[in-house]
Design a protein around this ligand. Structure first.
Ligand SMILES: C[S@@+](CC[C@H](N)C(=O)[O-])C[C@H]1O[C@@H](n2cnc3c(N)ncnc32)[C@H](O)[C@@H]1O
Length: 285
């Protein structure tokens, strides 16, 4: 703890953070901004507490969180939470493997008292997580790159597995995403995997150096994108991918998030514009 009662990401360590791990702070900042509202779409007191206690130049780095982006990030988190709760209803002792978990507090939002959780993240982000969200007895961390399948050995012995990759795959190259999905399908028979995809126009906009829509700062370069109409192509990554399901965005607050976004897939004008959250199911053999 530092002398202000915070844990302290010092100016020195902040300046050492590279683009990709900084995205973990960006996501946390927006979830906390939403969670602070009385009419929040996501309850996340731990995120609020983390932002309060981490001594980091939030405002300087990210500006004031835009309410639109904060709600978008929180609704995405709620969509993942719903998918994980559904999994845990069926498999209360299941293992959730969170790839690129950053400083997400999902474990505490969905904990049923028996779930096991494995975080896989790059050294810088895993270091931040270890410092600010020290693991409880049912949580383990694998420090490494998700592109190196070494992490899959850590999960060996877990029979009921759900893999999540929230806000991660857009930072990988298309071939790496395909290899990762194929490796997960091959290594976790009967498992499922949830991830989100930005549409191509968002990836192209970020690559041109502009902030993502609704964001007030630039983010790390994005490489992989997928329009909603392309989801069925995912089956070709591996024969064990037997289910491809577009997960519905939860209803949010305000006209756009309450009445338009949840139906965007049925509106031809918006269909291609929206981000998506997809669940894959893997066959048993
Ligand atoms: C946008 S943040 C999302 C964090 C968290 N999932 C959330 O929603 O708050 C991206 C995370 O993916 C991690 N990441 C990016 N590339 C990775 C890789 N190749 N292997 C492991 N983790 C990676 C980053 O370190 C960071 O924690």
């Amino acid at each position: 703890m530092n002398d202000r009662g915070g844990f302290g990401v010092t100016e020195h360590s902040t300046s050492q953070l590279t683009d990709i791990p900084e995205t973990a702070l960006w996501a946390l900042y927006h979830r906390a901004a939403e969670a602070r509202r009385p009419d929040a779409v996501l309850r996340d007191p731990l995120a609020i507490e983390l932002v309060r206690s981490i001594d980091y130049a939030w405002q300087e780095r990210f500006g004031t969180a835009s309410p639109r982006m904060a709600q978008t990030v929180a609704l995405r988190a709620r969509c993942y939470d719903t998918a994980v709760r559904e999994f845990l209803d069926r498999h209360p002792n299941g293992t959730v493997i969170a790839l690129g978990e950053g400083l997400d507090t999902q474990f505490w939002r969905v904990d049923n008292g028996t779930v096991r959780s494995i975080t896989v993240d790059l050294p810088e982000s895993a270091g931040l997580r270890a410092r600010f969200l020290p693991p409880e007895s049912r949580q383990r961390t694998v420090v490494g790159d998700v592109r190196d399948t070494q992490w899959m050995r850590e999960a060996k012995g877990s029979s009921e597995v759900m893999i999540t990759a929230q806000g991660l795959l857009m930072y990988l190259r298309p071939a790496e995403v395909r290899e990762l999905l194929a490796a997960c399908a091959a290594h976790f028979p009967g498992g499922r995997m949830v991830f989100d995809a930005v549409p191509r126009w968002v990836r192209d906009r970020v690559r041109s150096g502009r902030p993502a829509p609704g964001s007030r700062c630039r983010t790390a370069p994005m490489h992989w994108a997928m329009d909603p109409g392309e989801h069925e192509k995912l089956r070709s990554a591996h024969p064990a991918i037997t289910e491809v399901r577009d997960l519905p965005m939860p209803r949010g607050r305000g006209i756009v998030f309450r009445h338009v976004a949840p139906h965007a897939d049925k509106l031809p004008m918006l269909r291609r514009l929206r981000p998506s959250v997809v669940q894959l199911g893997f066959s048993l053999s």
